[in-house]
Structure formats: structure tokens, C-alpha cells
Write a protein that binds this ligand. Structure first.
Ligand code: HEM
Length: 188
């Protein structure tokens, strides 16, 4: 790995830093339907550096940690970590995430300069259980009882603001459940 400060992080550049959001909403599966959980969270993105694969692919990489707490009682009820990677030659963004339910996702998507009306960068990544490129790995228990079959995430970042929405399809309790989150964060 080489020095992070010489690197081009492309669309990931504005993510670097610490972010807080107070108005998160999670919709989670329950045996008798769903649960709506208001939350607050802190996400920290830190530059890792350059990674070279097979002497040809050059990635600019960020590590992140995301801590999510219930508004009702402050309990940490979601803890997530992973990497965001930018392949500038292929113009591909990759997001690897791990959650302590024994579920891992490697989501990816192209980035061709997408911005919203306010000039903020718009990043879309996705993974599917049967996709050839971007995939999901989970424990035998989760495969059998609460299988994640699809993950999609949109991030809009710029001007000191970060908004995201994400949808995880979970095959649980005899149905395909749309487990969703969204939040708006500001850089601190
Ligand atoms: C802010 C983000 C998230 C929050 C707050 C959250 C919260 C929750 C909650 C409250 C449950 C129900 C747990 C229970 O009933 O005991 C749940 C279930 C689940 N979540 Fe998440 N989740 C988040 C993101 C994710 C992501 C990104 C994934 C996977 C990519 C994921 C995968 C699952 C799975 C597979 C279950 C089913 C397990 C079960 O209910 O027994 N979640 N989540």
C-alpha cells in the first residue's frame, strides 16, 4: 500500500471524515410483520491507501465503521464495517460490508460522474445472491433461516452532507422481507 494523501479517491473523496445523523429510520423483519426503528448513527470513513491487484488493478481504498443506536434507549443495534474501493481505470465503485450476523456483502457499481441537482456525488452499488460479479456470503444458519438475497444502496454526498438509502431483501419467516434504512448525516 502507498501513501493515502497522493491518491485519487474519485467519487469516494468527499466521504473521508466523521459523520453523524440523528434521523435514521430502519424497517426490520419480525415474525408477525415488521418493526420500525428510529435511530442515530456515526459513520467514520478513513483513507487506507492504494492497493494493487495482480500487478494491474489499482484501487484507492477507504475503511469505514458504522455504529447505529436506537433512539428509544441508545442501544447499539447495528454495527457494520468494511471498505469502499475506487477503481479509477474501470470507473467502478466497490463496497464490502460485514455485519455481526455472519453476513458479508460485496456490492459494486459503475460511476460515470453522476451528480444530483446540487452538485453532490451520487453512488449506487448492488449485490445479489446469484450475481456473477457482486455477491453475498452468509453462514449456513442464515442461508437456511434469514437469507439475504439482494442488497442495494444509494449514497449522495457533497457540501458536508451525506444521505443514503439502502434495501436488503431477506428471505425470512416465509416471506421476502424488504429491510430498509435511510438517513441524512452531516460531517462533524
Ligand atoms: C442501519 C442499518 C441496519 C439496522 C439498524 C438493522 C437492524 C435490524 C433489526 C432491528 C433486525 C431485526 C432483528 C431481530 O428481530 O432480532 C434486523 C434483521 C436483519 N438484518 Fe438488519 N439492520 C441494518 C442493516 C442491515 C444490513 C446492511 C444487512 C445485510 C446486508 C442486514 C441484514 C439483516 C438480516 C439478514 C436480518 C434478519 C435476522 C433476524 O431478524 O433474525 N441488516 N436488522
Amino acid at each position: 500500500m502507498s501513501e493515502a494523501n497522493e491518491l485519487d479517491f474519485g467519487p469516494l473523496t468527499p466521504l473521508i471524515g466523521v459523520w453523524k445523523g440523528e434521523d435514521g429510520v430502519d424497517v426490520a423483519p419480525e415474525p408477525d410483520g415488521r418493526e420500525i426503528n428510529p435511530y442515530f448513527e456515526t459513520i467514520t470513513y478513513a483513507a487506507v491507501g492504494a492497493v494493487r491487484n495482480a500487478e494491474t488493478q489499482n484501487l484507492a481504498t477507504l475503511h469505514y465503521r458504522r455504529i447505529v443506536q436506537r433512539k428509544s434507549n441508545g442501544e447499539v443495534f447495528h454495527d457494520e464495517t468494511g471498505y469502499w474501493m475506487w477503481d479509477s481505470a474501470a470507473r467502478i465503485v466497490m463496497h464490502s460490508l460485514v455485519i455481526p450476523r455472519a453476513v458479508c456483502v460485496l456490492a459494486g457499481g459503475g460511476y460515470a460522474g453522476e451528480k444530483d441537482a446540487d452538485g453532490r456525488i451520487v453512488i449506487d452499488v448492488a449485490a445479489k445472491i446469484d450475481d456473477d460479479c457482486w455477491n453475498i456470503i452468509q453462514s449456513p444458519f442464515m442461508q437456511k433461516n434469514a437469507s439475504t438475497t439482494d442488497f442495494r444502496q444509494k449514497i449522495i454526498v457533497g457540501n458536508g452532507e451525506l444521505s443514503y438509502s439502502e434495501i436488503t431483501l431477506v428471505d425470512i419467516y416465509g416471506t421476502i422481507f424488504e429491510h430498509t434504512e435511510r438517513n441524512d448525516l452531516v460531517r462533524v
